[in-house]
Design a protein around this ligand. Structure first.
Ligand SMILES: Cc1ncc(COP(=O)(O)O)c(C=O)c1O
Length: 387
């Protein structure tokens, strides 16, 4: 193990006791993030949380956070709205567009999308006489670009995940973005499983909206997420939530929304979470996304190669490693949830996730603090648990 890998493992306390490979759900935070959150709370407690000094401090902290997010996804700082989660960001779009009767929305895979990126669109279609069109998918979750070309003609919005939560497949976002833009449809991306694992460039993708959490692959605290909204597209959204911090009210009762990004930030934000996410982003960007991807794929490679050799195992996700992230999903003849439970009794944390037809497979989602040795150990436990 290299010195850098060694240091990274020391920075993640989870590595002391547990083989934690459930980073597609929630990743642990590095020690520096824990310190940033406690330092923030201590500072607020010492100075008074609503004092000029702390307000100025929070302003500069949020500026710093937005700068790092802008760096992560190649956008402008004032296109970064702080939310609670991916779900939160996607709902800002679903409930912020002024839908007209017979508008249409195109969603990859329909109910096979993560519900966070399906139910908001389904709900709009049920409430607003808007048509929901679902792109057919293959076993790994891929859709046909020709079908997208056809179905997105005249559509108001196209929505899809960047990386699939169940198979780890990376969607052809640049092509999908180009097609959506050519057809004048807004393009909305759920980047919950990509932010922090692979490079993201919203300009290359040509997306208008993107949502992701701080607490999955970016290793931030829970309760904070990011909504990217291009400045141009922000004019098409009416903020679904309104109150203080996001608008002004004139003597004549005229409401004026504040400029981006405050327009979509009704009420105070999760400031301790922002302090944590800023520290986590600093950490992730310092390690570097290329290094993270290399490391993740090495660990995933051990898992995938060894698990595939077990008799009667079905593997999910594309064979080509360039087309998937470190998510390794497989089905055994045994009950997936039971296997996951038994693994946890041995301090190995995987997850059970839907892969279609109501069936659940086992998902391992290793991140850069995991090691190839951990992967080999986890595989031997999986083998020992199978009937
Ligand atoms: C693809 C995808 N979208 C959305 C979500 C929900 O994320 P959040 O809890 O940030 O709303 C998840 C969570 O696993 C996910 O995998």
């Amino acid at each position: 193990m290299s010195d850098v890998d060694d240091q990274i493992r020391r920075d993640f306390a989870v590595t002391r006791k547990t083989i934690y490979m459930n980073n597609g759900a929630i990743a642990p935070t590095p020690l520096s993030t824990i310190k940033a959150v406690t330092d923030f709370l201590l500072k607020c407690s010492e100075e008074g949380p609503d004092s000029t000094r702390i307000s100025d401090y929070i302003m500069s902290l949020l500026n710093e956070l937005r700068t790092r997010v802008a760096h992560l996804i190649n956008c402008e700082r004032d296109e970064v709205v702080l939310t609670q989660s991916t779900t939160d960001g996607l709902n800002l779009v679903a409930n912020g567009i002024e839908w007209k009767k017979d508008d249409s929305i195109v969603v990859r895979g329909g109910r096979h999308e993560h519900y966070a990126n399906y139910l908001p669109w389904l709900s709009v279609s049920q409430r607003r006489e808007v048509h929901l069109k679902e792109l057919a998918i293959d076993e790994n979750g891929y859709f046909d670009l020709g079908e997208l070309e056809e179905v997105s003609r005249g559509a108001k919005l196209v929505a899809m995940s960047h990386v699939l939560y169940n198979t780890g497949a990376i969607m052809p976002l640049e092509q999908a973005g180009r097609i959506s833009n050519e057809n004048n449809a807004l393009f909305c991306v759920d980047a919950a499983q990509s932010a922090g694992t692979i490079k993201i460039d919203v300009k290359k993708i040509g997306c208008h909206f993107m949502a992701f959490p701080g607490f999955k692959w970016l290793c931030g605290p829970t309760g904070i997420g990011v909504f990217y909204c291009s400045k141009k597209a922000s004019e098409m959204l009416v903020p679904p939530a309104i109150g203080s911090e996001c608008a002004t009210l004139s003597e004549q009762n005229v409401i004026a929304h504040l400029e981006m990004p405050l327009k979509f930030q009704a009420g105070f934000r999760n400031f301790p979470g922002a302090a944590g996410l800023e520290a986590s982003l600093r950490y992730v960007l310092r390690v570097g996304l290329d290094n993270i991807r290399n490391k993740n794929m090495k660990v995933a490679g051990v898992l995938r190669d060894e698990i595939a050799k077990i008799p009667d195992i079905k593997m999910y996700g594309p064979d080509d490693p360039d087309k998937r992230t470190s998510i390794v999903t497989f089905m055994t003849p045994d009950d997936s949830s039971e296997i996951v439970k038994k693994l946890e009794q041995n301090s190995i944390i995987f997850a059970a996730r839907e892969v279609g037809d109501g069936k659940k497979a086992i998902r391992a989602a290793p991140h850069f603090f995991n090691s190839e040795e951990e992967a080999a150990t986890a595989v031997s436990y999986v083998k020992s648990l199978l009937r």
